[in-house]
Design a protein around this ligand. Structure first.
Ligand SMILES: NC(=O)c1ccc[n+]([C@@H]2O[C@H](COP(=O)([O-])OP(=O)(O)OC[C@H]3O[C@@H](n4cnc5c(N)ncnc54)[C@H](OP(=O)(O)O)[C@@H]3O)[C@@H](O)[C@H]2O)c1
Length: 398
């Protein structure tokens, strides 16, 4: 089915990825495409949800907070859209019969609605890496059972997906990373970094959580895990290269010495359009690449002493899916604590490291085994968040 005639749903329509997805859909519609929108969701931003509904005309709109049902109904009253609120409404948005679903809620909160779409065999554009990371093997098994196809939207994974022509002949993968806003900062300078500095990414305009993750390099650690799951590749065969220009989005190294890369200007509308049109392509106006103007591309090894989060993610990936889920959950709590001004920037990685060490002692059985159900994933997630909250509280009080 061509992208021009797809029905779509957007989980997280009010976020950075959600807004870029609206732009791509509007462009496809402006060129004559009949993209119908089944469902959209937001967290708490009802005004932005109403704006998205005005532009997209979905059949169903949901907010995460059950207490906002009346507010959402009032805001959407003129639009002839069914309105829901709370966790079951988010799941309904994923379960509704759209051909293609953009999974762009931030954090593990996106797991249940994304799984509702996975279970019914939809095409899933995966931007929300945390939901894949917290339940990777279970999600991949459910997708294999239902026939759902996961289309990577993270620019690095989308790049690999585009150039992965011979999976059996791959030697290794290289993920590129901009290095974030603190690429050249000393540890001493980073210790005093403020939230507004951490979210000021040099190349990408993104939500607050992923921007902080990019500053700690935890984002690259989470992407390493995401790549390992999506492309069935072990940790030791996935490298990371700092590439400050964010033009080469990732590389696949083949057994004959060939290295294939995907290049584009840093503009998320390109991977979103690729996922929307897959296996076709659509014409979309995005920032275009001008290599002569850029003139040179540079690459360097990441510094694991200044950015320990990447090493923590590698360790968790080697140790198994429950540790990976715990790492991501602890990181969500640490990033929230940093963004709300309770802790310093360097405390983020410290909290994750300490939370993992705590769980090795108190929850050894839980995190040693691969979760066999979503209830077990939830138990790991709760334990990790609890440990991280306690450590964050201690650091905030210090
Ligand atoms: N931005 C990028 O360029 C980029 C690139 C690659 C991957 N990603 C990934 O894509 C995901 C979204 O990133 P983003 O930058 O678009 O984030 P964002 O701008 O913060 O948007 C997050 C979206 O999730 C919603 N949301 C927040 N908390 C929620 C909850 N508890 N329950 C349900 N919905 C909730 C938000 O709603 P409200 O607006 O109402 O709060 C918003 O729609 C992340 O996993 C990120 O790692 C993003």
């Amino acid at each position: 089915m061509s992208a021009a005639n797809r029905s779509v749903s957007i989980l997280g329509v009010t976020g950075s990825i959600g807004r870029s997805t609206i732009d791509v859909i509007e462009q496809v519609r402006a060129r004559g495409g009949d993209v119908r929108v089944e469902a959209v969701t937001a967290g708490r931003n009802v005004a932005a949800l109403a704006d998205a509904c005005r532009r997209l005309r979905p059949r169903f709109a949901a907010v995460a907070d059950a207490g906002q049902l009346d507010e959402a109904r009032t805001a959407l009253a003129e639009l002839n859209v069914e309105v829901g609120a709370g966790p079951s409404a988010l799941e309904e948005a994923g379960a509704r019969p759209a051909d293609w679903v953009m999974s762009a809620i931030v954090g593990a909160a996106g797991l249940a609605p994304t799984m509702a779409a996975v279970r019914r065999g939809a095409l899933i554009a995966i931007a929300n890496k945390e939901c894949l990371i917290c339940a990777g093997p279970l999600m991949l098994k459910a997708a294999a059972d239902s026939g759902a196809k996961l289309l990577p939207v993270d620019s690095e994974h989308n790049a690999i997906f585009q150039v992965l022509t011979h999976p059996a002949r791959v030697e290794r993968l290289t993920l590129t990373a901009s290095g974030g806003p603190f690429r050249t900062w000393t540890r001493e300078a980073m210790a005093a970094a403020r939230p507004d500095q951490a979210v000021a990414h040099p190349n990408w305009s993104m939500g607050a959580k992923i921007s902080v993750d990019s500053a700690t390099l935890m984002n690259k650690g989470l992407e390493l895990i995401e790549a390992s799951y999506l492309f069935d590749t072990p940790e030791e065969r996935i490298g990371v290269l700092i590439h400050p220009q964010s033009i080469v989005h990732s590389l696949v190294h083949y057994a004959d010495g060939s290295v294939l890369a995907q290049l584009s200007a840093p503009d998320m509308r390109t991977p979103i359009a690729h996922a929307l049109a897959w296996p076709d392509r659509v014409a979309v106006s995005t920032n275009r690449l001008d290599l002569a103007a850029i003139s040179s591309l540079s690459f360097e090894e990441p510094n694991l002493e200044r950015f320990p989060a990447l090493g923590l993610a590698r360790t968790a990936l080697k140790a198994g899916p429950a540790r990976v889920a715990a790492l991501s959950a602890a990181n969500e709590i640490a990033v929230e604590a940093f963004l709300s001004g309770q802790i310093g920037f360097l405390d983020i990685s410290q909290i994750v490291e300490e939370a993992m060490a705590t769980l090795e002692g108190t929850e050894a059985g839980l995190i040693a085994k691969t979760p066999s159900s979503f209830d077990e994933v939830a138990a790991v997630d709760r334990a990790a968040r609890g440990a991280a909250r306690r450590i964050a509280g201690r650091l905030a009080a210090a």
